[in-house]
Design a protein around this ligand. Structure first.
Ligand SMILES: [Zn+2]
Length: 286
């Protein structure tokens, strides 16, 4: 049973049955119970769970050294980690759909170093140690490791979009991927978390180009995991920003219902808990 509580041009609020609302069903979830809400999108990034030693070949300093060698045109050394690069455009990660699957499914558009270099060759974006940001590392088995990088290609223009489109890739809004993800699939949720972390980190790099203390140019340190002012008299260090936010779900346990809302800009099938900058805003909407 659905109760329309209010409606404006920008938002609507609904009371929905937790077990009987078909639109809210996530792939492979036949019912929506309170257990569903124990999953957290964009959390539990699997490639940030380990902290490598500086001497490990997949650590930020070692990976940066390997990256510099590749940029100079040197061949990939046998024991160097494999590189995978995820491009973002206007905050959207590159993604592709899974072929041969009837389910709405997707995968991130990880590119090899060579492919990324080829794609960006005729664009306005330089593939360099100043544009690639270290995201994390993971084991590939048999002692082999992969290092993940992110890059913002927003300035590359539509030519790159068309070229990647011919390879069945496109840049997709994170919330769209979230809706298309099977929340019971740990691997898919892990990919979603990696993409969320990468977007946050790249956005921080975009808005922190200059020092807030002296106006000097900030440069990447530790493969992009932090930055430092290039002014010798300042040298202010800055770290990725963490923005605390609050979101809450109003549950009517007795009647097996929850209160959700949606905005007109949301993609189809997307509903949200009541969210606000402060809890007071949520109380006002109630
Ligand atoms: Zn400074």
């Amino acid at each position: 049973m659905i109760f329309l509580l209010s409606y404006t041009n920008s938002a609507a609020t609904h009371l929905v049955s937790l077990s009987k609302f078909p639109i809210l069903r996530i792939p492979q979830l036949s019912t929506m119970s309170t257990n569903f809400f124990k999953s957290h999108a964009f959390a539990g990034n699997p490639i940030k769970l380990r902290t490598p030693k500086p001497t490990d070949p997949f650590s930020p300093p070692s990976a940066l050294k390997t990256l510099k060698n590749l940029l100079l045109g040197n061949t990939h050394e046998p024991h160097s980690p494999n590189f995978k690069i995820l491009p973002f455009r206007k905050g959207r990660p590159l993604a592709g759909s899974v072929r041969g699957s009837n389910e709405p499914n997707w995968h991130l558009g990880w590119l090899s170093f060579g492919d990324c270099k080829a794609f960006l060759e005729n664009s306005e974006v330089n593939l360099s140690e100043d544009t690639l940001v270290y995201l994390g590392s993971d084991s590939e088995g048999d002692g082999a490791y992969v290092v993940y990088w992110g890059i913002d290609v927003t300035e590359a223009g539509n030519g790159l979009v068309k070229e990647l489109g011919s390879k069945q890739f496109c840049f997709v809004e994170l919330r769209t991927l979230m809706v298309a993800t099977d929340w019971e699939n740990a691997s898919s949720m892990g990919q979603l978390a990696i993409a969320g972390h990468a977007r946050s980190l790249l956005e921080w790099h975009t808005v922190s180009r200059f020092c807030g203390f002296c106006g000097g140019k900030n440069i990447l340190i530790d493969a992009g995991r932090r930055k430092q002012c290039s002014n010798e008299l300042c040298k202010k260090k800055i770290y990725p920003r963490v923005d605390p936010v609050v979101i809450m779900l109003v549950i009517d346990k007795e009647n097996d219902r929850a209160l959700l809302s949606r905005q007109s800009r949301f993609v189809p099938r997307m509903w949200s808990c009541l969210a606000g900058f402060m809890e007071e805003k949520v109380w006002r909407r109630l």
